[in-house]
Design a protein around this ligand. Structure first.
Ligand code: PMV
Length: 337
């Protein structure tokens, strides 16, 4: 018997400058974004780290590809996305063995936090380690991107810049700086744990039907560069303003596309209003929201507890989760099978 096996851990990320919509000049499967974008890879503070642990083994004894997430076999579109990552790396390495994959999150999948970014980043890292261990994290980011665009940003910890690029090889996510460079925390206000009807995988296809799509792209191109400098300078205020603007621009596009996508719930608006009110009262915090109703409220580290308290006073907030910038995704010795 001959086999190749590796395990990896990766974290999810929250977008500061959003990726919304694929560039239709390229094959859809490549997930080439419309604009450069920026994020923070995030780690839970406390017992739950909000991480995905994945083990993959390639062996000549397997007679088919199998993927298990939280004890359940993945089929359909989920398996298609896994294969887009694994097949590219299998081809690159010239290896023909079938695989067995197991993946676990250290948080409940029904928590409204389920993250394809952490999953595909851990998958790409474990697979490359098993088949082609000489790849850099930047190179591996291009393979994670094939599973889900935002996963490309989760290979690196800290603050990450995903270059739009104009090919598979050049659409790369690179680290701006590691976890310590911008003093920032986020409190996630969980408004709903229900699965959304239109996942981002599908939502990206609607972006160019909105009249606000091009203005959002133009702003994002400028803002990605501005926020990169703000992060390096540790300028929380400059970063926060741009983060909020990018969130609002993306949701404006979502709400005005055919068909319109409204991810916000009444609780989402309550959190937005609470953040505005806090700022009016001289307490600095900013919000951002991805393709769902839950809100990340960003603050300086010393203000995190106060933000948590503020959010927990809103009845629609089911619970809060505190996060900080995380370290890089990494290979681990502990295998899941
Ligand atoms: O990577 P995807 O296809 O799940 O898209 C992510 C889209 C947003 O989370 C809404 C924005 C982003 O940049 O992460």
């Amino acid at each position: 018997m001959s086999s190749l096996k590796a395990s990896a851990i990766a974290h999810s990320n929250i977008a500061f400058i959003k990726y919304w919509g694929r560039d239709k000049n390229h094959p859809k499967e490549l997930n080439i974004p419309l604009n450069d974008n920026v994020s923070m890879t995030k780690e839970g503070i406390g017992r739950i780290k909000l991480q995905t642990h994945t083990t993959i083994e390639f062996s000549d004894v397997f007679s088919k590809d199998t993927a298990i997430l939280e004890g359940r076999e993945i089929t359909g579109r989920g398996m298609e996305r896994i294969l887009s990552v694994v097949d590219s790396l299998r081809n690159l390495a010239g290896i023909k063995y079938f695989f067995r994959l197991e993946s676990r999150n250290d948080f409940p999948t029904s928590a409204g936090l389920a993250s394809s970014a952490a999953g595909f980043a851990a998958l790409a890292l474990a697979t490359s380690n098993a088949l082609k261990p000489d790849l850099t994290l930047d190179e591996i980011s291009t393979y994670a991107r094939l599973g889900s665009g935002s996963a490309s940003r989760s290979l690196h910890g800290g603050f990450v810049y995903w270059h739009k690029g104009d090919s598979h090889e050049t659409s790369v996510a690179e680290q701006i700086c590691s976890k310590g460079c911008l003093d920032i925390r986020a409190v996630i206000a969980v408004i709903s744990t229900e699965e959304k009807k239109i996942k981002s995988d599908q939502g990206h296809e609607y972006a160019d039907t909105s009249i606000y799509n091009q203005p959002r792209i133009d702003e994002s191109i400028k803002d990605a560069k501005i926020i990169k400098d703000a992060i390096i300078r540790n300028d929380f205020s400059a970063a926060g303003k741009i983060i909020e603007k990018s969130c609002n621009l993306m949701h404006a596009v979502m709400m005005t596309s055919e068909s319109p996508l409204f991810y916000w719930e009444p609780g989402t608006i309550k959190v937005i209003k609470a953040v505005h009110e806090a700022r009016d009262n001289g307490f600095e915090c900013y919000y951002t929201i991805d393709a769902g109703p839950n809100v990340h409220v960003l603050s300086k580290p010393r203000d995190m507890e106060k933000v948590k308290e503020m959010l927990e006073n809103i009845p629609e907030v089911q619970k809060t989760i505190c996060v900080k910038p995380s370290k890089d995704s990494h290979v681990v010795d502990e295998h899941l099978f």
